[in-house]
Ligand binder design. Structure first.
Ligand code: AHM
Ligand code: MG
Length: 337
């Protein structure tokens, strides 16, 4: 029997680091720490129904949403793995109002990590896939003192790494450092993430669309006519397309990345910036989709070019296969929101 070569995530990180002859290994250590946190969260997501870790707490996050205990637990795990070796100078999480306080040992750190520790948390109790999303930037303020807000409020094109973890039927860790997108599946029997999806590319066009159609009445005319177009019958363009919407961004994104299609969370009259957060959700996934050959826009501009003004800023998101995103933009341009 012939064995395929087995590539662990650590080996892959080290191979990627070799592209940079002056690398100190610190960036690689961040990736290693993120994968360690993903293993710890996997362990606890898997037994979430068995221990007293589920259930709604009375606390709300900065956006006023009710947090689940597992969100806060995952948040603590990611903060604690990031905040101990002085490599990271600034940490920001969707679950914290401001920058996470780090002690003086972080002042010399050269990197910034922002993350959504457990996205899709409304799905936890129903055993539906949830995820973690992260991105990494280089510090812009001078080292040797506490980091500043500007270290975190950088446009997405400045990301030097981004990824997500999906806690699904198996756990996968998908990441990019600007050299393609690589996916690893967790093998619990040996406690390792193993390379299962090297150099992931999204199809140029796909027949899936993902949007919360329950919000139909508040969609712009452009979006309504695009969605209606997707439902028409037309053999040459493969219509009608299939609607798939889990309500867990990581899971919806991951499926569309593999099969091709478009995910949309638009702005509405009531919420012109939509629901998703630019820093924690849109930017990392935008870097990944571009590395996989896809596109991400807010309806008028490339997501990665947007300059965030605040930590919890939201943005409309159209993301997926390039031809699907282009087509959606044609409709939007005809009847702008
Ligand atoms: P969360 O970060 O609080 O979990 O919220 C973000 C989630 C995304 O995972 C998902 O795509 C979206 O909210 C679903 O929103 P809606 O229920 O409005 O369709
Ligand atoms: Mg989220």
């Amino acid at each position: 029997m012939k064995f395929q070569s087995i590539i662990t995530i650590d080996r892959h990180f080290i191979e990627q680091e070799k592209r940079f002859p002056y690398a100190t290994g610190e960036f690689t250590k961040i990736l290693y720490n993120l994968s360690l946190a993903a293993k710890i969260v996997t362990r606890d997501v898997r037994k979430a129904g068995l221990v007293d870790i589920l259930g709604i707490t009375s606390e709300s996050n900065s956006s006023g949403e009710v947090q689940k205990k597992l969100d806060m637990y995952a948040n603590d795990v990611f903060v604690s793995v990031m905040n101990h070796d002085g490599i990271v100078c600034a940490l920001a999480s969707e679950e914290n109002d401001g920058l996470i306080e780090l002690d003086e040992s972080s002042w010399g750190g050269r990197y910034v990590v922002v993350f959504d520790p457990l996205d899709g948390s409304s799905n936890i109790d129903a055993n539906v896939s949830i995820g973690t999303i992260f991105s990494i930037y280089k510090r812009v303020s001078p080292a040797g003192k506490a980091s500043e807000l500007r270290d975190v409020l950088q446009p997405g094109y400045k990301q030097i790494g981004a990824g997500y973890v999906i806690y699904g039927s198996s756990t996968m860790f998908v990441y990019t450092t600007g050299n393609g997108v690589h996916g690893f599946t967790y093998d619990p029997s040996c406690g390792e993430f193993l390379l299962s999806h090297p150099n992931m590319k999204t199809p140029a066009r796909g027949s899936l669309y993902s949007i919360n159609e329950g919000n139909w009445v508040s969609f712009s005319d452009g979006i309504k006519s695009y969605i209606s177009w997707l439902k028409e019958t037309d053999k040459p363009t493969g219509r009608p397309y299939s609607s798939r919407y889990i309500g867990s961004l990581v899971a919806d994104f991951h499926r569309n990345l593999l099969y091709g299609g478009i995910y949309i969370y638009p702005g509405t009259e009531k919420a012109p910036q939509g629901k998703l957060r630019l820093l924690y959700e849109c930017n990392p996934l935008a870097m990944i989709i571009e590395q996989a050959g896809g596109k991400a826009t807010n309806g008028t501009r490339r997501i990665l070019d947007l300059v965030p003004k605040e930590l919890h800023e939201r943005s409309p998101l159209f993301i997926g296969s390039p031809e699907n995103v282009d087509k959606a933009m044609e409709f939007l341009n005809q009847s702008p929101a």
